[in-house]
Structures are given as C-alpha cells and as structure tokens.
Write a protein that binds this ligand. Structure first.
Ligand code: TYD
Ligand code: MG
Length: 477
C-alpha cells in the first residue's frame, strides 16, 4: 500500500534526504545533492489545502498590510545570567525564535532550565514543555538546581499542535520546547525527528513566535559530525542559533552564537558544570591557563578573540622523528591546512626542516581557534619543540603568517594586549604592521611589545626561540 494514499487525498509522497533535506521525486541510493548513502527516506507531506486557489489570479483586492519601517531596538528579556545575555546580544529578543544545539548529555536542558529561572526572575512568564522528560523528572532537575519560581510552568507533551494551542491560551513571554526532534505534527505521517517533521514543526513554532510575540526557544540535537540534526533550512529559519559545546571529560562548557539576527556572532559564553548545575566563569583566561607549566617546551600562550571578548589560551606543539614514510600531522582545535602551511613556511623561511617529523598541534581545553591570528603562536610552539627550548613563559604571541614568511596585522590588538597584561604577561610578540593600530594603549604596555616583521624574527642564530627583542625594531608609533 502506498502510504501517501491512505485516506488522505491531499498528501504527497516525497523522498527526502535525512542528511541535507533535499527532496527527490523517487528513491535514490545516494543523495545527488550531498552525496551521502542510504539517507533518502520516503515521507508523506500534507499539501496546502488551498494550493490551487492560491495559484489562480483573481480580481479580489489585495489585503496585504504594510507598516512604516521601525528602527527602534526590539525589546529584550533579561536572562539574569550575564554570559547568556551577552551571547544573545543583550538578552532574549521578544518574539524571536532561538535554537540551542548540542550533543546529548552536554547540559542543554540544564542550561535552558536555568535560563527559564533567570527569565522568570526578571519578570517573564515561561512555559517549559519537555517532550523528553516527565514533569517529575524536570521537577527533580529543578530541585537539584535550586529552581522554584511561580512564573515557570512545566508540561510534558509531544504533539506540537497541543503545545501551540496551550501557548496561545496561556500567552507566556517565553516558550521552551525540549526538543525539536521529539515533537511531531499528527498531520504528517513521517516519524518525529525526520526532516519533514522538524521542518514543519519549526515552521509552526516560527508562526507562533511572530504572530503572538512569544519568544520561542527550541533545543536541537546534533549529529555525529556536529551539525544540528534536521535540514539546514531549520538554521535558516530561526533568528538565533546557539551551540553548546564542551568536552564530556572537562567541566567547562562553551556557548557560542553561530547565527544571531539581533547581535554579534561568535560571541562566547563560558560555563562550568558542577553538582548544582552550570555556573558562569568570571575569568575564563585564568581557567584556560590554570594547568599550564612554565618553561615547558612547545607551549605558547595565544590571545584569541571570541566575539568581542579576548581569551588567553595555551597552544602546544610536539614534533618527533617519524618512522613512517608519510609522517603524521594532527591538529586538535586548529585548522590542519594551516598547520601544513606553517610547516612549509618554517621550512623555506626559517630553515626548520620538519619533513621527516610527526607533528601534533593541540589547543588546550577543547577550544577551537579559527582565527589566522593564532599562526604566530603555533609557529612559535613548533620552533620551541623542534629546538627543544622553551619560549619565555611571560610572552604572548599573535599574528597571521603569510606564505613569504611575513607577519601580518591582526584586529583588536589593544584588547588582546590589555587582557594579557591583566594576567601578568609582560612580552607581547605582535606584527610590526599592527603599530598603526595602537591608539590609546598606556606607554608602559607599548614598551613591552616586541614588533616582529618576519618569521625569522622569532628565532635566534641557533634556531632557538628568541629570548630578547629581535633585532630591536624602533618603537615608533
Ligand atoms: P542535560 O541538561 O540533561 O543534558 P542534555 O539536555 O544536553 O542532554 O545534562 C546532563 C548531564 O549534566 C548529566 O550527565 C549530568 C550533568 N549534570 C551535572 O553535572 N550537574 C547538574 O546539576 C545537572 C542538572 C546535570
Ligand atoms: Mg535534555
């Protein structure tokens, strides 16, 4: 029997790739859109009831309403959790649709429950619908987190139509749905979590958010490769995509804004998971450098910019002579292609031959560095491990490296230097071309900057890391 024909004349059978969401008229073994195998699944979708009349031109007057452009800031609800508010761009925008993605067990439900408590504290009514846990289970979690607020209403339901009805009736300021993969629309015959269910459910929630001015937060699971399960269209649809990351073996969790229609992206919020839930980390740089040993070979400190916040972290490198004909190159938290590039530049311009070495680069603490500004730190770590001599433990490195070995300017130089200074670092290796970006840095800090022009400036005559200022570049600003 063809499922599309079961008693519903207005439903349509399509074949949908569960990886990328592409729709095909017939089954294919390999998705011709994304190339993945065995991901095409037959799904039945409801056709719009009045699709024909919509397509026919009529003489009816148009009833489209237009309004003058409004430029005031959208009202925001405070979560009373500073890190969260900052990542959201200053609080949760009223009537916005926000998606929180993360691996199972990372702490999404905990974060959202704490967020709900914060929102309730600042006066917003919150309707928290869990489709994964029962009301007593959520209650247990709330008890553990010390949350008990009359403005938070908890419910458990999987049927999205019922959830929307309830929200329309109760009109909370915020609706939380945990999770988008476990709710379903009864009109669709495909299973909860399938591409059509996720897409349609998200569409309904979007309508609810915009028509009733309810801020909707949905939790989404991520697939093995780190993408939010469900079609990309989900990410296009929502206003904000937050990603909750972290290592199950470490206590800290990173909250990133991957997309934000109401604020900056790549803002980072840092939390620590403890026995009483998630705690904000006031000074993350200190935390990331906590276990660093001074004068370790192959260890260099870099100051990264995570959104608008400077963050110090440790970059490590290890090189060992390889027994393999094709030596191994591994990078954790840093782009492997950039490691290859740096190896080539060090070979050509710093006379550092790494062709026969296995090379490992690691960013400590599970951080992922996407900025090319980390090049200089990685290069310094490689020089240090290869020469067997530590870099000065009071120094910080930031700069992009070009193919001719030149060190290029990076943005936010003053912010980075101030953060490094706050944590007691006293030598800042910075691209000489960054001189023109120094405006109001105190003189004593400027005097601690070591301007570097070329990768050669990082090594002394014996190919060890520089201890003193290389070739004393004049400090003219
Ligand atoms: P949870 O929020 O259920 O994760 P998710 O919704 O992303 O699947 O968090 C689950 C983990 O967090 C679980 O392994 C236990 C841990 N946890 C704590 O360590 N402390 C706490 O106070 C809470 C509530 C959870
Ligand atoms: Mg959960």
């Amino acid at each position: 029997m063809i499922p599309g024909r079961v008693g519903k004349s207005k439903s349509k059978t399509t074949f949908v790739c569960q990886n990328c969401g592409a729709q095909r008229p017939r089954w294919e073994g390999r998705c011709s859109e994304c190339g993945s195998w065995n991901t095409i699944v037959e799904e039945v979708t409801a056709a719009p009831a009045d699709s024909r009349s919509k397509n026919t031109l009529s003489n009816k007057p148009v009833s489209l309403e237009v309004a003058p452009l409004q430029t005031e800031n959208a009202p925001r609800l405070s979560c009373t959790i500073k890190e969260l508010d900052r990542v959201l761009g200053g609080g949760l925008v009223q009537g916005s649709f926000c998606l929180l993605g993360g691996e199972p067990g990372i702490g999404k439900s905990t974060l959202i429950l704490q967020m709900a408590a914060g929102l309730a504290k600042s006066g917003s009514d919150v309707l928290y619908i869990s489709a994964e846990e029962s009301v007593p289970q959520t209650g247990q979690r709330a008890k553990r987190l010390g949350i008990n607020h009359p403005k938070i209403k908890i419910g458990t339901e999987n049927n999205l139509e019922s959830i929307c009805e309830l929200a329309k009736l109760q009109r909370p300021a915020v609706l939380v749905v945990d999770s988008i993969q476990t709710v379903y629309l009864p009109d669709l015959s495909s299973a909860p979590g399938s591409v059509s269910q996720v897409r349609e459910c998200a569409g309904q929630l979007m309508n609810l958010a915009k028509s009733y001015n309810i801020s909707v937060i949905v939790i989404g699971h991520v697939t093995k490769d780190g993408n939010i399960a469900g079609p990309k269209v989900l990410e296009h649809l929502v206003d904000t995509v937050l990603s909750f990351e972290g290592d199950q073996n470490h206590h800290f969790r990173l909250l990133r804004a991957l997309k934000n229609r109401f604020g900056a992206t790549h803002e980072l919020g840092i939390f620590q998971m403890g026995s009483e839930g998630l705690r904000e980390v006031a000074n993350p740089s200190e935390m990331f450098l906590e276990e660093r040993t001074t004068d370790a070979v192959g260890s260099v400190v870099f100051c990264s910019m995570e959104g608008t916040r400077p963050l110090l972290c440790e970059v490590q490198a290890l090189t060992v002579k390889s027994p393999l004909p094709n030596p191994r190159r591994t990078a954790i938290g840093f782009d492997l292609n950039r490691v290859h590039l740096l190896i080539a530049v060090l070979d050509r311009h710093a006379n550092l031959n790494l062709s026969f070495s296995d090379i490992f680069v690691n960013v400590v603490g599970g951080l992922k560095l996407i900025e090319p500004a980390a090049d200089l730190a990685v290069a310094a770590a490689l020089i240090s491990t290869e020469s067997g001599h530590p870099v000065d433990s009071t120094s910080v490195y930031f700069g992009e490296i070009g193919l001719t070995g030149e060190i290029r300017a990076v943005p936010f130089i003053e912010l980075r230097i101030r953060e490094a200074d706050k944590l007691g670092f006293s030598k800042f290796y910075v691209a000489a071309s960054n001189k023109k970006h120094i405006f109001d840095l105190p003189k004593d800090l400027v005097s601690k900057i070591i301007w570097v022009k070329h990768i050669r400036d990082l090594i002394d005559g014996t190919r060890r890391p520089m201890k003193a200022a290389p070739r004393a570049t004049p400090l003219t600003i």
